[in-house]
Design a protein around this ligand. Sequence first.
Ligand SMILES: NC(=O)c1ccc[n+]([C@@H]2O[C@H](COP(=O)([O-])OP(=O)(O)OC[C@H]3O[C@@H](n4cnc5c(N)ncnc54)[C@H](OP(=O)(O)O)[C@@H]3O)[C@@H](O)[C@H]2O)c1
Length: 344
Amino acid sequence: MDVLIAGFGVVGQGITEAIRDKQELFVKRFGERVRIVGAFDARSLALDPSGLDPDELLQRKQSTSRVGKGEAPDDVEKLLQETAYDLLLEVTPTNIVDGGLGYKHIRTALAAGRHVATSNKGPLALRFRELTELAARNRVHLRYEASVGGAMPVINLSRELLMGEDIISLRGILNGTCNFILHRMKEEGLSFDFALREAQELGYAETDPTYDIDGVDSACKLAILANAIFDRDVTYSDVVRTGIRGITEEAITLAAEQKKVIRLIGEVSRDKLEVAPRLVPAGHPLSIGGTLNIAQMLTDLAGDITVVGRGAGRKETASALLSDLLAILKDEEARREAKCRSMT
Ligand SMILES: NC(=O)c1ccc[n+]([C@@H]2O[C@H](COP(=O)([O-])OP(=O)(O)OC[C@H]3O[C@@H](n4cnc5c(N)ncnc54)[C@H](OP(=O)(O)O)[C@@H]3O)[C@@H](O)[C@H]2O)c1
């Protein structure tokens, strides 16, 4: 399988390392190598139809901050249409105004008959139905496990292993930064501002933390889960949303007196779509601390199923993209076998 990587930041480099390190698995399980035939970032392009050396890409990025020797493509659409590759790994920055760059990349690749796996929330939180229908029309995969909760495999788990279940509702903590802040406020008696500054110093929160603390990031992820698991047709602005800016030390203390903690919880079912701070009994799975993400699904046969994992990070997000890449390889293998059977 030949892959093209759009974006070569934290996640782009993480998936490049995973592809480099998992070649033995690809060959052993599917009898083929996975080659990176192209990669581009904001200012450069590397392209070689016979395959690029992952270490060379990583070293060049580290030493020059450019992934390729060539200039960035001035016509990206043409590049995505005319280059020979099977799978686009779309890992450019999230844009929640109109899906931005990621939306254009994904749409072009799908329309050109290429599979796409992405960690980019924007296009899916805004244009889920349009993109999944485009993928279906072109008989290609659009996979997005990495867009919700890094290494918390809730989408593929619910759509594949739990295919026979009626998933009644899902509740979860979808933003590690907010969870860290609320956890630190409770454990150390910190003010919201102090805990936020600590999260920024540790690199968990951006300099402009709005996206996290106002619940926008959680709302984007919840909208993706609503569409993917509950077959709804929503965008992130349909999510009823309250962030954690207004949480005071007094509210945390009051909750503790009732043996409860405050957590930013996303809730989705067929008729609910909301992100808001909630009181959670101490010791309940959703009272989890630190930067972890968690999703708890209520299903008709299996009852409660809970998934916990690291919501972000280079390796963690690469793990989710890799699971999508492997699912596509598996499906391609099944299609080849079916074709062989029909010819014999
Ligand atoms: N980091 C995580 O843990 C994580 C977890 C889950 C999901 N995500 C999502 O995954 C995506 C990537 O995240 P990241 O952390 O890897 O971001 P990042 O480190 O900021 O990397 C973004 C990459 O996109 C490139 N880029 C920016 N503008 C571009 C343009 N006009 N054309 C081509 N490339 C362009 C950047 O190029 P330069 O390098 O030249 O600036 C950079 O290589 C985002 O949508 C993010 O929300 C991230």
